[in-house]
Design a protein around this ligand. Structure first.
Ligand SMILES: [Zn+2]
Length: 146
């Protein structure tokens, strides 16, 4: 299997039954884009275009899709971006690229990796022996809460 590093696009009304590898078929009519997975596994990848799905950008020459294509449901589990007809593989992701765009992907990643906030909590009085330090901490917290 050969990984693709570029695609051509084709605007179509109907996506053909047999997709050509290396072609991104865009149907404005059906608000979707389809292509064969860029890893070369031959699986069809359909990306619905919608405000909550994928956004297609056409600059008059090339197309970009965002967010990234994450084929988690395929055996290959490939992950890449289609940007200006180029295929950018996730493993070549760099901070620079992250900073230069794909805000939604970054937001998703941040939401995913953000640590769960730990709520400050005091042990229940019944469970813990009262120690001078604990009493002090409780008093301190009570005071600072005011
Ligand atoms: Zn694949």
């Amino acid at each position: 299997m050969t990984k693709l590093h570029s695609l051509t696009h084709e605007f179509v009304d109907f996506v053909p039954e047999q997709l050509e590898p290396g072609t991104l078929y865009v149907s404005i009519r059906y608000k979707s884009a389809s292509h064969l997975c860029c890893c070369g596994c031959g699986e069809k990848v359909v990306t619905p275009l919608s405000p909550t799905g994928w956004r297609l950008t056409y600059d008059g020459k090339t197309v970009s899709l965002s967010p990234s294509i994450g084929n988690w449901n395929l055996a290959c589990r490939s992950h890449y971006w289609i940007e200006r007809n180029r295929v950018e593989w996730a493993e070549t992701w760099s901070r620079q690229r992250a900073a230069s765009g794909f805000a939604r992907d970054i937001a998703d990643k941040q939401a995913y990796f953000a640590p769960t906030p730990i709520e400050p909590s005091l042990p229940e009085a019944g469970n813990v022996k009262r120690t001078p330090l604990l009493t002090f901490v409780r008093r301190f917290l009570k005071r600072s809460a005011k």
